[in-house]
Each structure stands twice: as C-alpha cells, then as structure tokens.
Design a protein around this ligand. Structure first.
Ligand SMILES: [Ca+2]
Ligand SMILES: [Ca+2]
Length: 255
C-alpha cells in the first residue's frame, strides 16, 4: 500500500488529468457547407444530402453547390395534429423522420415517425409512438435493426424501437443525464447527441454519456449524421447561415 502523501499527490494528478480529458475536444470543426435553408436536421446516404426543415424536406447534391434536387414541402399533407419535423435518419432507401405537434415542452403531442421514400421524398407511412415523449431525433442502429429515439424535453433516456415493427424494445437511461437534445447519430458502436447549447455528447449503447466537443459557433445546434469519418452537424446561426459543420476526429481516444 502507498504511503498517504504520495497517494494524495497521485490522486490529485489524476483528478487534474481526468478533468482535462473529460472536457477536451475530440473533434475539430474542419469545414462548412453552403447555406442549406433548413433548421432542424441532416442525414445522408453517402452520396446526397437530406435536410430537414420544420415544415419541409430537401435533397441536395453532394458537390460544392449543394443544388436542390428534391423537395417535399407538404410533409403533413392530409393529416391533422402535426406541425414539426425533427432530425431524421436514412436507412435502406427510406428516411425515418420524427414528427409531432410542438409549441413547447408543456405543449406538445402526437409523437410519430414518418417514413419518406429517399428517392422521391414521397411520404409512405405514418407510425404513431404513444409510448414516446416529445420527440426530437432518430437514428438507426443497422446491425440490430433498431430505431433509437431522442427527446428535447426529456434528456434522461432514449427509446429503442424495432425499425421494422416499431415495437418498443426498451428504454436506455442516460448517465449523466443530457439536456435539450436536438439530434442523434450512430457510428461504429457509438451514438453522438447534439445538445442545443453547442455541446456534443458521445453515448454508449448502455447509456453512458460524455462530452466530446463544444462548438464556438452561436445559434441553434440541431440535427446531425456521421458519414465518411465526418460528424456533420447542422448549426443555425440565422437566415442565410444555416450550415452543416464537418467535424473530424482529432485522433485516438485517450483512455
Ligand atoms: Ca430541433
Ligand atoms: Ca440525423
């Protein structure tokens, strides 16, 4: 057993070191898209960009222009009780999109998943999620065929659905609890969650959370996707400044 004084010094060093590691940025903001004209979220199939605005969905080219090649500006057509789109995800030629009525965290209802054909952007299904709370984002975990759902108003847990049957499989407690979740993405056994305060959280499948990046860009920090070794994050700094930030890893994780 170590004598008391060296033990205290060792513990002090560890505390300083641990604090430095836990708040260090593990990503760097490397480049920016043109203005996307969208506020809520982002997804990609690897070859085109899908942008989610509060009331519409856009498809844009994967080149320097980000030219619009698809629009659905009536995503709620024929339905009542829906007026808000969150951060959707792409999986097997389908867009999985969180939709609800949202005014505030004390005035929200009708949490649902809308499915859109990724080629045409035509809506193909509406799935009500009666067991979910307010809904802000979704991400597919492909190997498990699971749809993970986040809530802006409840950062204590995530909801895990079967992506084929939409049956609730379980909920996952988040520890530490998160706040103001705007979007969720999955990559390589890890989820990434965007908080509206500009903090990016890494989340294990068991629900352990830790901060991995904090942006200096002001505004609303919305949905995201992970593709081609880039975390792509929609940050809305105002009209004309709604851009995707491309974050790249700064290197291997420090244990
Ligand atoms: Ca949002
Ligand atoms: Ca997304």
């Amino acid at each position: 057993m170590l004598p008391l004084r060296p033990l205290i010094i060792l513990l002090s060093l560890c505390l300083v070191g641990c604090a430095a590691v836990s708040t260090a940025d593990l990503f760097v903001d490397s480049s920016l898209s043109p203005d996307t004209g969208c506020h809520q979220g982002y997804a990609t199939d690897g070859s085109v960009h899908f942008l989610f605005d509060t009331h519409r969905i856009l498809k844009r080219t994967n080149d320097s222009t980000w030219r619009i090649i698809g629009v659905n500006d009536k995503p709620f057509e024929g339905l009542t009780g829906f007026d808000h789109i969150g951060d959707g995800d792409y999986f097997e030629h389908i867009l999985y999109v969180p939709v609800e009525h949202y005014s505030s965290c004390t005035n929200d209802s009708n949490a649902a998943i809308f499915l859109f054909d990724a080629t045409t952007l035509v809506r193909t299904r509406v799935i009500d999620l009666p067991v979910a709370q307010e809904i802000s984002g979704v991400a597919v975990l492909p190997s498990m065929r699971e749809l993970w759902v986040s809530s802006y108003c409840d950062g204590s847990q995530l909801w895990v659905y079967n992506v084929d049957t939409f049956e609730l499989k379980r909920t996952v407690r988040l520890s530490p609890t998160l706040s103001t979740i705007q979007g969720i993405a999955y990559h390589d056994a890890t989820f990434y969650i965007a908080q509206n305060n500009g903090i990016l959280q890494e989340v294990t499948v068991d629900g352990h959370t830790r901060q991995v990046f904090k942006t200096d860009s002001p505004g609303a920090h919305e949905g995201l996707d992970y593709s081609q070794e880039e975390l792509r994050w929609l940050i809305d700094e105002g009209l004309g400044e709604q851009k995707i930030h491309f974050l790249v890893s700064t290197g291997p994780m420090i244990p």
